[in-house]
Design a protein around this ligand. Sequence first.
Ligand code: VGL
Ligand code: ZN
Length: 197
Amino acid sequence: MKALIVIDMQNDFCPGGALAVPEGDMIVPGINALMAECDAVILTQDWHPAGHSSFASSHAGRAPYDMIDMPYGPQVLWPDHCVQGSRGAALHAELTTDRADLIIRKGYNPAIDSYSAFFENDQTTPTGLEGYLRTRGITEVVMAGLALDFCVNFSAVDAARLGFGVSVRQELCRAIDLNGSLNAALEGMKTAGVALT
Ligand code: VGL
Ligand code: ZN
């Protein structure tokens, strides 16, 4: 059983959004088409409460893209984005959502960011996605979405570590590319055994 996991295909990560990824909206038609090739379709949604600890605005004197040390490790500070219930947090209007078996939200813990669809950034707190996939008999996951160097990367590496067969459809992803983050992510995914196609 093979699942397509579509990562954070939300308005705030598309042009005009609060944390826009260049060309982020261009991948939607290809992702919709890919849904037909998979046994299950799962969508993720970055879903932060207002005042989330990953927002630069929550830290006096800090600006977006600064790094800070959180109790769980280094963390990039982001512009406010994907606030629960906001238009920016909504899935892109052209994304086919009818085919989705599950929409999983992450980043709702005010104190911990969650790039990965499997674990929060403490690398310990699970989102429940692993159990969902295993109980459905899914052994292979295909990933696409935003952003390649953050949420797709962390999700893919975690899935590989958990023992799933993982392929990332690079042409159906776009990256933020902050201080070399794209190259680092590609290397990290390869090392983890993720197939980059
Ligand atoms: C993401 C930064 C902050 C992502 C989410 O979806 O890649 N990046 N929150
Ligand atoms: Zn976020």
